[in-house]
Design a binder for this molecule. Structure first.
Ligand code: SF4
Ligand code: SF4
Length: 81
């Protein structure tokens, strides 16, 4: 049980969240993948939606700003705001 709570907490704390209902990667969009200077984002081979493959965000924001459907939310840590 503790593991489950830890896992949920970890996912909730992910710096970049993708709203899969809004993401149109399955229609060919790769904007966020292309603009991330760290190559942190990718299109998941099964869901065909964008996701954060590496958790090393620089909070530079182009993924959120350039997403045509507002599917991305970058959660900037309080200390960096
Ligand atoms: S830019 Fe937005 S719509 Fe396009 S793949 Fe990324 S999350 Fe999906
Ligand atoms: S905020 Fe910057 S580093 Fe983080 S996922 Fe978006 S483009 Fe990549």
């Amino acid at each position: 049980m503790a593991f489950i709570f830890k896992e949920i907490a970890h996912r909730t704390a992910a710096p970049v969240l993708v709203d899969e209902d809004k993401c149109i990667a399955d229609k060919g969009c790769t904007v966020c993948v292309d603009v991330c200077p760290m190559d942190l984002l990718a299109i998941h081979p099964e869901s065909n939606k964008a996701y954060m493959q590496f958790d090393e965000c620089w909070y530079c924001m182009p993924c959120e700003k350039d997403c045509p459907t507002d599917a991305i939310q970058v959660n900037i840590p309080y200390l960096l705001k």
